[in-house]
Design a protein around this ligand. Structure first.
Ligand code: ATP
Ligand code: MG
Length: 377
């Protein structure tokens, strides 16, 4: 294969590592694994979670999110590896002695206890004075807007209210680390969006280190400082939402976070500044931000629907002809499915040109913005 130009020397592209610096690390997972029989639910997970940050564990069903959270809380024993909280190994520390508190998906409220009693329950076990207990519970009831419901039983509360009680019950314990396993998944879509901003606001106000499990990528993107993406028990990427969206490290992340088009391409030429690839008999230029060793002759090109321009008015390169097959009018954007031939899947394009007067149909030109193109092995 002679696609790489002579002048091109291998250059190391430094990736930003949010694990850098040990000073503010609060929770550290070191080579953490859990094996059930021959199957790894979580495999060799290494993460450094900063103090006061909101971190999501995100991934498809069965990827090991709950298992990871339970190892942090102590309800599941790791097969290998360790959980370090504030520099202390948690190996011999049982769940109730850890500085963590867990909010479950099913709320797990005691049905025969009032809201106040549910919230007081954990504190009572701590044997603090009656007065101190009342003070802390009153404060958290007020803080969570639950004062007027203090004497109600859970079955007389809505799903969202029950969720707030479950959260209050955790917060009243003043944990250093708050663990939440899909706490909003039983609620309807509108309430979920409302409650997740409330959650984020409370978390920021308290500055509490939070580890939150979800399989909803939109939820994770909107709420997190950092996201760890897992697949089949293995960490795929640990980064800020922005980095994950714009600089996915592999095809799994590119596919799981947001919407992406994937097209098999042949690499024709590799220059210092760009890589020429063949798509449907057209040559496209891709910004070269790759290690030479990572470039193969056959690769997968990815581009997000918003990085493709439809019928650009100006003369431009990186144009591909296609035919509109289907469109969805979504208000702020029109989403098109465009056939570009050459055995490629239909290309999804999000068009939000405010000067467009009508829906496009028939033949169109697609401009693949060079900065939006990624190549994967
Ligand atoms: N107690 C157990 N015994 C055997 N296998 C288990 C046990 N708990 C979990 N697993 C397996 O470990 C893997 C990870 O499970 P886990 O519950 O952590 O997934 P998850 O990411 O939380 O999924 P979901 O989004 O569906 O809640 C799955 O394949 C699951 O079947
Ligand atoms: Mg789970």
């Amino acid at each position: 294969m002679n696609i790489i130009s002579k002048e091109l020397k291998e250059e190391n592209i430094k990736t930003k590592n949010i694990d850098d610096g040990n000073d503010k690390v609060h929770v550290e997972l070191v080579g953490l694994s859990k094996k059930y029989g021959e199957h790894y639910a979580v495999k060799n997970l290494n993460l450094k979670i900063k103090k006061g940050s909101f971190t999501c564990l995100l991934g498809p069903s069965g990827c090991g999110k709950t298992t990871t959270l339970r190892m942090i809380s102590g309800f599941v024993n790791p097969t290998e590896g360790d959980v370090i909280i504030s520099g202390v190994s948690q190996k011999d520390i049982p769940p109730h002695k850890r500085s963590t508190s867990m909010v479950f998906q099913e709320y797990a409220l005691f049905p025969h206890m009032t809201v106040r009693d549910n919230i007081s329950y954990g504190l009572k076990l701590k044997r603090i004075s009656e007065m101190e207990l009342k003070k802390r519970v009153d404060y958290i009831l007020e803080f969570m807007n639950l004062t007027s419901m203090a004497d109600r039983f859970p079955k007389f509360l809505s799903g969202g209210q029950q969720q707030r009680v479950a959260l209050a019950r955790s917060l009243v314990m003043e944990p250093e680390v708050l663990l939440m396993d899909e706490p909003l998944s039983n609620l309807d879509a509108k309430l979920r969006v409302k409650l997740r901003s409330e959650l984020k606001e409370i978390q920021q106000r308290l500055g509490i280190t939070t580890i939150y499990v979800t399989h909803d990528q939109e939820e994770a993107l909107s709420i997190s400082d950092y996201i760890a993406i897992l697949d089949e028990g293995i960490l795929q990427q640990f980064d800020s939402p922005w980095e994950l969206y714009f600089n996915p490290k592999n095809k799994f992340v590119a596919d799981f976070v947001g919407l992406n088009n994937f097209i098999p391409v042949k690499v024709e030429k590799v220059e210092k500044n760009y890589i020429a690839v063949k798509v449907a008999d057209k040559t496209l230029k891709v910004e070269n931000r790759y290690l030479v060793s990572n470039i193969k002759e056959n690769m997968i090109l990815s581009i997000r629907p918003e990085s493709i321009k439809l019928n650009p008015p100006e003369e431009t390169d990186n144009l591909i002809k296609g035919r509109v097959k289907v469109h969805n009018f979504l208000g702020s954007v029109v989403r098109y499915w465009v056939d570009i031939g050459a055995g490629s899947q239909d290309i999804i394009v999000d068009d939000h040109d405010p000067y467009r007067k009508s829906i496009l149909s028939g033949e169109v030109n697609l401009k693949f913005e060079s900065f939006g193109i990624k190549l994967f092995d």
